[in-house]
Design a protein around this ligand. Structure first.
Ligand SMILES: [Zn+2]
Length: 391
């Protein structure tokens, strides 16, 4: 890096953090179909509009110690974390590639990957506002890089970056759409949605046709490998939690507050953690477990079944409880296990749903940065063009 670029890094971070603040708004509002421009952000607790000086990325959250200035409602640490992450993405891109169109391309792809991973995880939605807009920006950035040599090479300049970018977008969309269509024919069910098609087209505009193949390969392999690991870790940590909860009613309440709920012998909720409270319509502490809202019903039904079995000294476990509201704003798959502990029935809950878009997002960033050497390795001794396939 040049010295003046090093001096610019704090500003690069600040720019990234401001974009991260906008990314938070996108993650929060786009799945609901709401505008990302208006209205101003409000505190979800007291609906007070958030003043500009309380909306400075990362710093405001730290100064307010994670609470609303007006009503002291806790503000999720996810907001400053995403702001800091996008800031760090921009600094990393600038350090690795210098300040210019290459770094902007990488930082833009990584920021889009963060937003899409979050909306896919939260609501199973890959918003067009991100995939299609970033696809167009990716093509424009590729054209910008070609313009640098346009004076010498004329229209042939566009073969270095713009053509591979267009080819990558078209190839990615075609492959994933084709796989989805084949799946529908064979299984008669929806495999991959149009959201995935648009997302891979967006990725293709940054990594080209070769990068699309690498991204799909890496996302499929990690998706398959990683699926088994959380189950193993969950079982180990749950075993420890139940062992601890059997010690005393106080410890049982602590474990419930951390990752589930404790139902008393009278059927009332003694203690509930965020996993339970974030389910729309879930009854609060002190209330009977039923009637719960329609979304929370599967967990309530599980807890009632588990308490009958607990009376006979049996534990109850369920690998997949799908919770969904009719609008699709809330979608979550939980694993649950319940056992009798001092004071009642302890139900532990854990998320088990990691959608494919999350793996695509992670793989695309890795391939954008390190895909060249991988393609060269595949190209050794063959007609395959190697890193030439990357825009
Ligand atoms: Zn408030």
């Amino acid at each position: 890096m040049k010295p003046e670029e090093v001096l610019a890094l704090p500003f690069v971070f600040a720019f990234g953090a401001i974009l991260g603040s906008f990314a938070n708004v996108c993650i929060h509002r786009l799945p609901k179909g709401a505008s990302v421009v208006a209205p101003r952000s409000r505190c979800p607790g007291c609906l007070t509009p958030i003043a500009a000086w309380d909306n400075v990325p990362v710093l405001s959250w730290l100064i307010l110690r994670g609470r609303c200035r007006a009503c002291r409602t806790p503000i999720s640490p996810r907001y400053p974390l995403i702001e800091a992450l996008v800031g760090a993405i921009f600094v990393t891109a600038a350090v690795l590639h210098g300040i210019g169109p290459v770094a902007i391309s990488g930082a833009l792809l990584a920021t889009a990957a963060v937003i899409l991973a979050a909306t896919d995880l939260e609501a199973r939605i890959l918003p067009d506002e991100i995939t299609l807009v970033v696809l167009v920006l990716g093509l424009l950035l590729a054209a910008w890089r070609d313009l640098a040599v346009f004076r010498n090479r004329g229209p042939g300049a566009f073969t270095s970056h713009l053509f591979p970018a267009i080819a990558g977008a078209a190839f990615g969309a075609f492959v994933v759409w084709g796989v989805g269509a084949a799946y529908r024919l064979v299984r008669g069910a929806e495999g991959m949605g149009m959201g995935d098609v648009k997302m891979i087209a967006m990725i293709g505009a940054f990594v080209g046709p070769g990068g699309v193949l690498l991204t799909l390969f890496a996302a499929s392999v990690t998706g398959t490998l990683i699926a088994g690991l959380p189950a193993l870790l969950r079982n180990l940590s749950w075993r420890a939690a139940f062992r601890r909860a059997r010690g005393s009613p106080i410890l049982a309440k602590e474990e419930a507050a951390r990752r589930g709920l404790l139902v008393g012998t009278d059927g009332r909720i003694l203690r509930a953690g965020s996993r339970w409270r974030e389910i729309p319509g879930s009854p609060p502490e002190g209330e009977p477990l039923s009637p719960a809202g329609p979304v929370a019903r599967p967990v309530a039904a599980f807890a009632r079944l588990a308490s009958r079995r607990a009376a006979a000294g049996k534990a109850t476990a369920f690998g997949r409880l799908a919770l969904e509201d009719e609008t699709g704003d809330f979608f979550r798959v939980l694993a649950a296990r319940a056992e009798a502990v001092p004071g009642g029935l302890l139900v532990l809950l854990s998320r088990v749903d990691v959608p494919f878009g999350v793996f695509l997002a992670a793989a695309s960033v890795v391939v954008w940065q390190w895909g060249g050497p991988a393609l060269d390795l595949l190209a050794v001794g063959s007609l395959f063009p190697g890193r030439e396939l990357l825009p």
